[in-house]
Design a protein around this ligand. Structure first.
Ligand code: URA
Length: 224
């Protein structure tokens, strides 16, 4: 449970100074009733109304986003790249969220986001073997031997031996690759180790969450 003014400020709907003042003025409704007490203890699932917006009070938020290429997976903009958060400014929880499994800036599609640190840790922990599936477009045709190598293990440029992966060849220059790890640029480096090159990469699935549920540019709350 959290204080009303604190929750509003955490969502960045109001500043820490503004939040108690707006409550006092009667500008904030909880369950469609004016609540003037800034220290009102919110129950999870109550509904706050402010500026014609209705926001469900959620303790833990889980969300998927169809990230576009050229947006970065970090919470802040970096150099000339915009943060993925700029793609979901209409999400009332945007300022609470952090990424589980980053995606390269030139890579599109599925980002999993939450404010639940324990959940993020579970998803990204190498011990948990959570599958991530990628569609990988290649510069050159890939042969059976390379697919077998990727399936068993390959040695990356830092001498790391990858864990077993699943490989399905869809076209001469396109595979589906499922891995359970998430080393830096892992897919690109795995393909380099079999003397090929990724020209385009799309993440289709993280664990049980997949892109069938979401359109380009969309975000969606999901249940865990
Ligand atoms: N592997 C990569 O090479 N890039 C990503 O963004 C994710 C996995």
């Amino acid at each position: 449970m959290q204080r009303l003014d604190k929750y509003l400020a955490n969502l960045w709907l109001l500043s820490r100074r503004e939040a108690p003042l707006m409550c006092k003025k009667g500008a904030v409704l909880v369950n469609w009733e004016i609540i003037k007490k800034a220290d009102y203890k919110l129950q999870w699932w109550e509904i706050i109304s402010l500026d014609w917006k209705e926001i469900k009070v959620l303790e833990q938020v889980y969300c998927i986003l169809y990230k576009s290429a050229w947006y970065i997976s970090s919470d802040e903009d970096e150099f000339w790249y915009l943060s993925y958060k700029k793609q979901m400014l209409d999400c009332p929880y945007v300022n609470l969220l952090h990424v589980a499994w980053r995606l390269d800036v030139d890579t599109e599609w599925l980002l999993l986001l939450s404010n639940d640190g324990q959940f993020i840790h579970q998803v990204i922990s190498p011990k948990r073997d959570k599958e991530k599936e990628y569609e990988v477009w290649l510069e050159k045709e890939i042969n059976e031997d390379s697919c077998l190598e990727l399936e068993h293990w390959v040695i990356l440029d830092d001498w790391y031996n990858t864990k077993p992966a699943k490989v399905e060849k869809i076209e001469d220059k396109k595979i589906l690759l499922t891995i359970t790890e998430g080393k830096y640029h892992q897919v690109k480096r795995m393909l380099e180790s079999v003397h090929n090159k990724v020209v385009y990469l799309k993440r289709l699935r993280i664990w049980d969450w997949n892109l069938d549920w979401i359109n380009p540019w969309e975000w969606k709350l999901v249940e865990v």
